[in-house]
Design a protein around this ligand. Sequence first.
Ligand SMILES: [Zn+2]
Ligand SMILES: [Zn+2]
Length: 332
Amino acid sequence: MRGGEEGWGAQWGTGEDKRDGGCVAARGGSGGARGGESRGAREWMARGAGGGARAARAGNGQDGRSGRRQGGKRRARGRKGGGQGSKSRRRAELHTEGDSLEDEPKHVAICAAAALLACINLGTVIGHVAARAAGNSWDLLASCGFVGLAGLVAYAFADFATGVYHWGVDNYGDRNTPVFGYQIDAFQGHHKSPWTITERGVFNNVHKACVPALPLLGLMAVCNSFIAPELMTFLNVFFVSVIMSQEIHKWAHMLHPPALVVALQDARVLLSRKVHGLHHNSPFEGNYCIVNGWCNQFLDRIGFFRKMELFFFKLNGAVPNTWLLEESLRQR
Ligand SMILES: [Zn+2]
Ligand SMILES: [Zn+2]
C-alpha cells in the first residue's frame, strides 16, 4: 500500500488503558477493502493485551515485509524497551530515509530559537496591554479579555489548520513530491506503524514544524511595535500550537502520557486518544485535526474534506488516497 513513516496507536485499547479503546474498537470493522495494517491494529484494539499483541505482531510482520520490498526503509528498536510500556514491546519503524528518533543538538537549537522568539512576542503583548491600560484596572481587564479571546480563536484555528495540512499530506503525493515529500512520507507511513511516534524525542518530534515558523516568529518580534497585541497573540498562539501539534499528537498515541496531559486530554483541551483513534482506521478519511480536535466533528459532519477532494479532482484530476482505499467516498 502506501509508503511512509511512523506512528499511532496500536496502543489504544490494549487492555492497559480502557478509557477509549472500546469506542475506537467499535469504530473498526466497517469497510471492506481496507489495509492489512489497519485490520491488525483493530484486532489489537478489540482484544486484550495478550491477544492484541499477537495480532499487532502479525500486522507488523506484514508491514515489515512490504516495507522491505519498497526498499530504503530501516527499523530501529525502541529506546528503553519500547518507551511506552515494556509489557507490549513494539518495534519503532522508520520508513523515511534519513529519519531518526533521537534528539540531536540541531533539533534542540531550532526549538530553543522558536521558544525564545515566542517568549519575546509574549513579552511584547504583556508590555502593550500594560501600556494600554495605564493603571486603569477596567481597561486592563478589557485588554486581557480581547487578548485572551484572540488566543482562544487562534488555538481553534490552529486545530483547523493542522487538519487541512494533515488531510493534504495523507492524501496527495509521495516521498518524491517536491518540498513536501518528507512530510508526506512521514504522515502516510504513520498509518502503517503509528506507535513509532511515541519513541521520538521531544525536540526531534517538534523541530520540523519550527523551521517554517521561525522566520515568521522572527518577523513578528522585529515588527512588534506595529502589531496590535490581539493580532500578536493570535499569531503567536497559532504558531506555537502548530509547532506543538506533533507532540500533542504523540501524547494522543501514548499509553501513559504525563498526568497533566491526561487531565488536559480528558478536558478536551488537548487532542484525546479517543478522538485521534477515530482517524486511525482505513481509509483514514476523517478526524484530521490534531491540536485539540475541536474542529473534527464539525468538519466531518459537513463533509468538508470530501468537498475539498471533489474540488481538486475537478480542478486537476487528483485522486485522494481515501478514494483509492474506499471507493464509496468518491460519491460523497
Ligand atoms: Zn496518529
Ligand atoms: Zn493520517
